[in-house]
Design a protein around this ligand. Structure first.
Ligand SMILES: [Fe+2]
Ligand SMILES: [Fe+2]
Length: 166
């Protein structure tokens, strides 16, 4: 009895090229999540002041969400016959989420988070489109993750509104 590979869907031999494209998109998503973990971790510790508390707590819980997303992206990369990259391949991009001059500058932090979440939302929409009709399982997973990012974005947009009013 010979072993049998999937003949249908994204694991089939004929989907090899598409699979590679999706693994590349997922790898970028994986790194975006890892960088968000680093940036949110720093920004959940650094801010000073009475008004910082809410932002810090919110970022503390987002760290766990983003780490969970990184794990999901990693698992899906493996399921598609890819390999999760090592740390030496990491290239930082979040210049906008570096610590501000003043640790009471919460608007800087809030705007940085909004930028990161918007970037994730854009990239995940791209994955949802690229997987349409060919990789339902990845698409389903990313739709769920997209909703988390939209929730994060909405929350920080609300913070920004309040901080800009006062
Ligand atoms: Fe995320
Ligand atoms: Fe997020």
């Amino acid at each position: 009895m010979s072993t049998r590979a999937a003949t249908q869907g994204i694991l089939s031999a004929e989907s090899a090229e598409k699979r590679e494209e999706i693994v590349e998109l997922l790898t970028r998503a994986y790194w975006m999540e890892i960088e968000s973990v680093m940036s949110y971790l720093a920004n959940s510790v650094n801010p000073d002041g009475v008004r910082a508390q809410e932002i810090r707590e919110s970022l503390q819980s987002d760290i766990q969400d983003e780490l969970g997303h990184a794990q999901q992206f990693g698992n899906r990369i493996k399921e598609l016959y890819g390999v999760v990259p090592g740390s030496l391949e990491f290239k930082p991009e979040q210049s906008y989420l570096q610590p501000p001059e003043q640790q009471t500058d919460l608007v800087h932090v809030i705007e940085g988070v909004i930028e990161a979440e918007s970037g994730a939302i854009e990239h995940y929409n791209r994955i949802i489109e690229a997987t349409d009709g060919i990789d339902w399982a990845t698409q389903d997973m990313v739709i769920e993750i997209l909703r988390d990012e939209e929730r994060h974005l909405r929350l920080f947009e609300g913070f920004l509104r309040e901080f800009k009013e006062s």
